[in-house]
Design a protein around this ligand. Structure first.
Ligand SMILES: Nc1ncnc2c1ncn2[C@@H]1O[C@H](COP(=O)(O)OP(=O)(O)OP(=O)(O)O)[C@@H](O)[C@H]1O
Ligand SMILES: [Mg+2]
Length: 206
């Protein structure tokens, strides 16, 4: 089973995936955990290019194609083989990030983004996608508290992030069978419980 997690930077994706991976492992599920961009040697090298703050001059189409190139490698090398072995694949971002960030955020034509997404994924799509949603103000408060340095994508500004957030919500509304929007402003344990309540109804039998 293939599950992806989406949402703005710092919304709590990694926190929730770690909790979920632990829970699934405790129930004897074979879990594969992947973060995007990355997850293979080639994809991690592309990740470094994408997130390097020195690369301010990166063209938006270059950005779109690099994210997609990293994903194509990941699908072929890791995701497809894991699904063929009936593993639980948990992906920290996947193709919906490209629609949200490069499509809605950067304003690239959604039709073109969709075509490139289809090429990069070979049509391999998650059964369930959780969008962890919360207001930008709360995200900014958390970011300040953590004191982490911003990467190149995170230097994109507030208007960009508002568009990305609205993009995610539109995508969820258009495809409600796959997407679940989770309120990320709750406590970590409450968010986890909410995710579990949805996922546990879809789990394959052990
Ligand atoms: N529900 C929550 N309430 C308060 N703080 C939280 C919550 N969930 C996560 N955090 C904190 O917010 C920060 C970002 O969380 P996390 O790294 O899981 O986000 P992320 O979505 O994976 O971010 P990125 O996109 O940058 O990888 C961490 O310091 C984490 O402990
Ligand atoms: Mg993360």
């Amino acid at each position: 089973m293939f599950i992806s997690f989406e949402g703005l930077d710092g919304c709590g994706k990694t926190t929730q995936i770690n909790l979920l991976a632990e829970k699934l492992a405790s129930l004897a599920y074979d879990v594969v955990f992947i973060r995007e961009p990355g997850g293979t040697v080639i994809s991690e090298r592309i990740r470094d290019i994408l997130l390097d703050t020195k690369h301010q001059g990166m063209n938006q189409i270059t950005e779109l194609l690099l994210f997609s190139a990293a994903r194509a490698q990941l699908v072929n090398e890791v995701i497809k083989p894991a699904l063929a072995e009936s593993k639980m694949v948990l992906c920290d971002r996947y193709v919906d990030s490209t629609t949200a960030y490069q499509g809605y955020g950067r304003g690239l034509r959604l039709g073109a983004v969709k075509t490139i997404n289809a090429v990069a994924t070979l049509g391999v799509m998650p059964q369930l996608t959780f969008i962890i949603d919360l207001p930008l103000e709360e995200l900014e408060r958390r970011k300040k508290r953590s004191g982490a340095n911003a990467d190149r994508m995170e230097l994109s500004g507030r208007a960009f992030y508002e568009q990305v957030r609205q993009g995610y919500l539109e995508m969820a509304a258009a495809e409600p069978e796959r997407f679940t929007v989770i309120n990320g402003a709750q406590e970590i344990s409450e968010t986890h419980d909410r995710i579990w309540a949805v996922l546990s109804q879809h789990l394959p039998r052990q």
